[in-house]
Ligand binder design. Structure first.
Ligand SMILES: NC(=O)c1ccc[n+]([C@@H]2O[C@H](COP(=O)([O-])OP(=O)(O)OC[C@H]3O[C@@H](n4cnc5c(N)ncnc54)[C@H](OP(=O)(O)O)[C@@H]3O)[C@@H](O)[C@H]2O)c1
Length: 313
């Protein structure tokens, strides 16, 4: 089978295609024959040698990146019940390590998988897990979102942002989303009030927010503390700057929290049902063959994706 691996951290061209053996499942595992793979910023950050996964992966090189897969169960271990060979599944597999989703076949534990409804295609199912779970957990577990709240989603056109903004809206929140004007029609179609983050006047709409969902981090996250209402919460995603933002919030008598996504099959199944019911739209901006993972990374790293980029097998 074809698999992408890195033998060192660096630029996108460290992603090399190799031939590997199709894995055998252990008794509690399944092997998925992969149709599509979702890519996420954590994949390129780790490839560059940045962040908590790179810290752990550096002693495991060569290493295969990736978490989000959709496909069908190809084989299963003797102790696996409730899952059949041929069943369509998706999930955020082997997070945070060993990862390994950039492969034609991947091993997973079934506890983190969800069953893909017939009406959801493989590309959507691969694009959804990590971004969808991050959106869900940031809004409900970390942000304690309630109906009727005022919510600002920073980077609302991005992979996580476009899902978070839609979920918040479905939950009865009023939702503003920051993006360049080129994405404003897209946000309006999703029922999100667009805010141009390049324009001070447009940004001045963001005030008295009960929840700020910060998918940008750094200086942008720090400045977004000003958007909070008294008693509001800022939830920040990029782990690299989370501590700095939480600390700054404390010093200002405000409330900010970071978190790390975790697999949750029940949440993922609910998200898939929303996609099947067209209550949640997953925008796929671009597709690349698995062998072109380096090009896909170079594209995602530009930082201006609308929705998701996927690899196809
Ligand atoms: N803590 C966790 O567990 C966790 C989980 C998932 C993701 N993350 C992190 O969350 C971040 C977002 O992930 P993602 O998958 O959504 O990334 P993404 O899809 O690559 O985000 C791209 C979007 O960011 C927007 N953007 C860039 N700079 C912006 C700014 N200053 N203000 C507003 N929008 C801006 C772009 O809009 P324009 O084209 O308009 O610039 C684009 O639509 C990443 O840093 C990722 O590592 C953390």
């Amino acid at each position: 089978m074809k698999q992408i691996q890195i033998t060192e951290f660096g630029a996108p061209d460290v992603l090399q295609s190799i031939e590997a053996e199709i894995p055998e499942p252990q008794s509690h595992q399944v092997v998925i024959k992969v149709d599509a793979i979702g890519i996420n910023p954590i994949d390129y950050k780790t490839r560059r040698g940045l962040g908590f996964v790179a810290e752990k992966a550096k002693s495991r090189l060569p290493w295969t990146p990736g978490y989000d897969v959709s496909g069908e169960i190809y084989s299963k271990g003797s102790a696996v019940t409730g899952w059949e060979v041929g069943q369509r599944v998706c999930g955020m597999v082997n997070f945070p390590l060993p990862a390994g989703a950039y492969s034609e076949y991947v091993v997973a534990i079934p506890e983190i998988l969800a069953s893909v409804p017939d009406s959801v295609n493989s590309e959507m199912a691969a694009a959804l897990p990590l971004a969808g779970l991050t959106a869900w957990q940031g809004l409900y577990e970390t942000g304690n979102l309630c109906s009727g709240q005022r919510v600002a989603v920073l980077a609302a056109a991005g992979g996580v942002g476009h899902i978070a903004a839609q979920l918040a809206r479905h939950n009865g929140a009023q939702v503003w989303g920051t993006a360049s004007t080129s994405h404003h029609d897209f946000l309006e179609e999703l029922g999100i009030k667009p805010v141009d983050y390049h324009n001070e006047k447009s940004l001045s709409q963001l005030k008295d927010m009960d929840l700020v969902f910060d998918a940008v981090g750094g200086e942008t996250g720090l400045q977004a503390l000003d958007f909070l209402a008294t008693g509001g919460t800022l939830v920040t995603l990029p782990t690299i700057t989370a501590e700095q933002i939480v600390q700054a919030a404390k010093e200002q008598g405000k409330h900010a929290r970071g978190y790390t996504v975790h697999p949750d099959a029940k949440q993922l199944q609910t998200l898939l049902d929303y996609v099947a019911d067209k209550q949640l739209i997953i925008n796929i901006q671009k597709r690349y063959p698995l062998a072109d993972a380096a090009q896909a990374h170079a594209q995602l790293e530009k930082g201006h994706t609308r929705g998701k980029i996927i690899l196809t097998v």
